[in-house]
Design a protein around this ligand. Structure first.
Ligand code: NAI
Length: 410
């Protein structure tokens, strides 16, 4: 039997900004959410406040800033979808205190980055960047000197997370020997070999590729000392974060010939937009592939981001599941087929759960299921009942001191 939702899905207003891929709207529609307003770009603050004041779900990319001031206008907002990898553009703490989970798509472009890294490894080992630049200037550098197959070569992966492990799989399929270093204990895929230190990895690799996050530990992780440990004629690929490589150390190694080449997709200073100039000390080296932070920028990744975030938003709206929320307690929920479901978000203070339960038990209602997660500030409870209750329950739940938000899902 089709589930009857307390709020007709057509009345749940979804506002999608910044030209989010059509896959998101398609997913909302296929799940019964037809009340969608889409905008091709970001909105100025006044229009954003106006639109967010009536929205139940809002989807943004990286240009829209959802600050506390904007959230103050968002009285009906249930959830925010960041159709991006990061969520820095949202004041996640303020959103949490208002009972609004924020979802994102951390892995949708993983494969795109991994593919680019492999392509760059091949191009660097074949010395193509130099030959390409020369050909553009009318020079014919036909020679096999310094040109190698990657089959049988050692690839060193620093950071064996989502991207690093994808690179590992692709590289092995091409016949490379994979070595990796990670600060966390990881399961080696295929025949990949874990190194016990970064130094060990640098010494053994023909190509080193970096896939670590930006942290105090990874800042300038590859500097003069580390490059001095790399093999003569090896290559470096950085598609992680610009702060991970010391650019001066890299240029010295290119000058000395220790490095045959490098591919760099991320920089310490990146232009804010396509209209701003790009300046880097690496521009003068033909053996360096420079790309404008596009490791994850593919049509497939955009499409995946659209469905991944829309799925999380629909799941939250339909079931209350917060899995994948970046600012909220994680509760994994399945639809409950025979009963009603209530959501109660409250300040994490003693006695509130008891009062929530009392609203049901004082009426002799059997609680069929109850799910609770708390963090230091917030308590999140889902109550499934076997009886069909009226909306007066909502008023009673709202009246409990410390309540942030109440919803009857169905
Ligand atoms: P992840 O979180 O899945 O993996 C990162 C790995 O690095 C983890 O296994 C972690 O334990 C390890 N790590 C952290 N600190 C380390 C250290 N000091 N030494 C060794 N290992 C360390 O992250 P994911 O998704 O694989 O992304 C990796 C990087 O790629 C991030 O910096 C991200 O910003 C960047 N990225 C770049 C893109 C581009 O367009 N160029 C697109 C997507 C991500």
């Amino acid at each position: 039997m089709a589930k009857k939702y307390s709020l007709d899905k057509d009345r749940i207003k979804v506002v999608l900004l910044e030209g989010i891929h059509k896959s998101a709207a398609d997913l909302f529609i296929s799940n019964g959410y037809n009340n969608i307003e889409s905008f091709p770009g970001a909105l100025d603050d006044d229009l954003l406040k106006e639109k967010i004041s009536t929205a139940n779900i809002v989807g943004i990319r990286s240009r829209t800033q959802i600050t506390k001031e904007i959230l103050d206008e968002a009285g009906k907002l249930l959830a925010i979808g960041c159709f991006s990898i990061g969520t820095n553009q949202v004041d996640g703490h303020a959103a949490r205190q208002m009972g609004i989970p924020v979802f994102n798509a951390p892995f949708s472009n993983t494969r795109s980055v991994a593919e680019l890294v492999i392509a760059e490894a091949i191009l660097l080992m074949r010395n193509i960047p130099i030959k390409n630049a020369a050909a553009h200037r009318g020079k014919w550098l036909k020679s096999a000197a310094n040109c190698f197959e990657i089959r049988g070569k050692n690839l060193g992966i620093v950071g064996y997370g989502h991207i690093g492990s994808q690179v590992s799989i692709l590289a092995e399929a091409l016949g490379m020997n994979v070595y990796y270093f990670d600060i966390a204990k990881k399961l080696s895929l295929g025949k990949a070999v874990a190194c016990s230190s970064l130094d060990e990895l640098l010494k053994v690799s023909n190509i080193v590729t970096l896939h670590v996050p930006e942290t105090p530990l990874t800042r300038n992780m590859i500097g003069e000392k580390q490059i001095s440990l790399m093999r003569w004629g090896s290559c470096l690929v950085n598609a992680s974060r610009g702060s991970v490589v010391n650019i001066q150390a890299l240029t010295s190694a290119l000058e000395s010939g220790r490095l045959l080449g490098a591919a760099v997709d991320v920089f310490p200073d990146e232009p804010a937009s396509n209209n701003d100039p790009f300046v880097s000390d690496l521009q003068k080296y033909d053996n360096v592939i420079l790309s404008p932070h596009v490791g994850g920028s593919t049509v497939e990744a955009q499409q995946n981001i659209g469905t991944e975030v829309a799925e999380k938003l629909v799941n939250y709206s339909d079931t209350g599941s917060t899995i994948g929320a970046t600012n909220f307690v994680q509760l994994s929920l399945q639809p409950n087929n025979n009963a009603q479901r209530f959501m109660h978000i409250h300040k994490n203070e003693p006695g509130i759960l008891r009062q929530v339960n009392y609203v049901f038990t004082s009426r002799g209602i059997n609680i069929a299921g109850e799910y609770l997660q708390t963090d230091s500030e917030i308590g999140y409870v889902i109550v499934d009942t076997e009886s069909c209750l009226g909306s007066e329950i909502i008023d009673e739940l709202k009246a409990i001191r410390g309540t942030i938000r109440v919803r009857m899902l169905y």
